[in-house]
Design a protein around this ligand. Structure first.
Ligand code: FES
Length: 115
């Protein structure tokens, strides 16, 4: 995915031409994605055409619901840590974001891993 492939509104019918914001590169399931610095991960992924962010334990796709940090439907794995809310977490350059499957898997050596 390149920056020019995104689905962002750049010329709004009411607000007019929207300002350019510097973009940063990160990855989603190993593919390069670009996001506006500081925007939520989910916004960058939606702009890149991604709709499924996680699957339930039964394999059902989920892609975000409330977008305000309440439902947990947008949980992704970021840099190996599961349960990161994509709607509440800003894009960071170089982050590795992955689809979370089920409850996700914590790295064995992560000090913050739940017991
Ligand atoms: S979409 Fe509901 S918590 Fe992120």
């Amino acid at each position: 995915m390149t920056a020019s492939d995104d689905r962002r509104v750049r010329d709004h019918p009411v607000l007019g031409q929207l300002p350019d914001v510097p973009e940063v590169a990160f990855s989603f399931d190993g593919r390069p994605v670009f996001g506006r610095a500081g925007e939520p991960i989910i916004a960058a992924l939606f702009a890149a055409g991604v709709r499924v962010l996680r699957t339930t334990e039964g394999g059902e796709p989920r892609g975000g619901y409330c977008l305000v940090g309440r439902c947990g439907d947008c949980r992704v794995t970021v840099d190996g840590r599961p349960d990161v809310l994509a709607c509440q977490t800003p894009v960071r350059a170089g982050s590795r974001v992955d689809t979370q499957h089920g409850l996700g898997t914590w790295p064995a050596d992560d000090a913050d891993r739940p017991a």
